[in-house]
Design a protein around this ligand. Structure first.
Ligand SMILES: [Fe+2]
Ligand SMILES: [Fe+2]
Length: 310
């Protein structure tokens, strides 16, 4: 693509939270997603995390999803950095090294390792984290419960599967500092930035349901401090995230923010193409105008069979 073309028009295909099943069960799903992305024919294909908590499944899935002719970008999700019960690398090693290796093997760039620049647009990525700033204050749940990730028997499962030494506030701060560093050190000619994360930068992307434990879990969706960094930078035009399994779209100043999860549900084979068509977001950047034509909001998996044992 020439510099002129890119300044005029850029197409991105985006999806997240595939939560791929082991044993080839999702072979058709992966094929269907790749074919849909090929049909969109994007300049950049983005996956915003939560493909698998097993590195071998992640590598295999990314290999099958790789789209020739596009730049393929990945941002790890919390499930991708869960340590595995069979041993192997811990959370920090996965995020710092292993996910990047898996991406390289599959022809993807792990965006949090280093921003990707296309003409005047930079893609900046971060797993992001949560600091309970999205919690519902009116529920009066003690801070201790958020720190322990447990309320009345309901547990946020990162408790058992994340083994780094940071508190959630420390992890959020580290990711924020890396984001600020990446933004500060972009080449001078960059005028627009696409932010891709797993956790959410804006509370308004979170969907509350006035019931527990759902609204307790909402505290683990993201951090308002990350959104402030994006707003203050002034160059961010779109933010693409995963993690929340309810798709949403909002705008904040010049920033369009979306979540693009597929989720845990699996339709029958006849409905697979429609399901995937709804799940892959197609984003157009035309100068300063961002559009997401046909974007589907809501929970794509709501009425589908929940596929356990990931
Ligand atoms: Fe997820
Ligand atoms: Fe997640």
């Amino acid at each position: 693509m020439s510099l002129e073309d890119c300044a005029r028009n850029l197409r991105i295909a985006a999806i997240s939270d595939l939560h791929i099943l082991p044993d080839e069960s999702d072979k058709q799903l992966l094929e269907c997603i790749r074919e849909r992305v090929e049909e969109i024919d994007p300049d950049v294909f983005v996956i915003a995390g939560d493909v698998s908590d097993h590195l071998d499944i992640l590598t295999d899935a990314l290999t099958k999803l790789h789209v020739a002719g596009s730049t393929n970008l990945y941002v790890a999700g919390n499930h991708d950095v869960w340590f595995e019960d069979t041993g192997g690398p811990g959370t920090l090693e996965k995020y710092s090294h292993k996910i990047g290796e898996a991406c390289r093997e599959a022809g993807f760039l792990h965006l949090p390792d280093s921003p990707f620049v296309l003409s005047n647009i930079a893609f900046v990525g971060s797993m992001g984290w949560y600091d309970y700033s999205f919690r519902r204050h009116d529920l009066d749940i003690p801070m201790e419960n958020y720190e322990k990730k447990e309320f009345r028997g309901a547990v946020w499962y990162d408790l058992f599967k994340i083994d780094w030494v940071f508190t959630d506030a420390e992890a959020t701060s580290l990711f924020n500092q890396k984001l600020e560093y990446d933004l500060k050190t972009l080449p001078k000619h960059i005028t627009q930035v696409v932010y891709i994360s797993h956790h959410l930068p804006f509370q308004n992307l979170t969907v509350y349901k006035d019931r527990l434990p759902w609204d307790f879990y909402s505290a683990f969706m993201g951090a308002t401090s990350t959104g402030k960094i994006l707003e203050e930078d002034g160059r961010i035009i779109i933010s693409i995230s995963g993690h929340s399994h309810i798709r949403n779209q909002m705008s904040r100043g010049n920033i369009t923010a979306i979540t693009v999860p597929l989720g845990y549900g699996r339709p029958d084979n006849e409905s697979l193409q429609d399901f995937v068509r709804d799940a892959v977001a197609a984003i157009e950047i035309d100068g300063s105008v961002v559009s997401v034509p046909g974007f589907v909001k809501g929970d794509l998996s709501a009425d589908l069979t929940y596929a356990p044992s990931r």
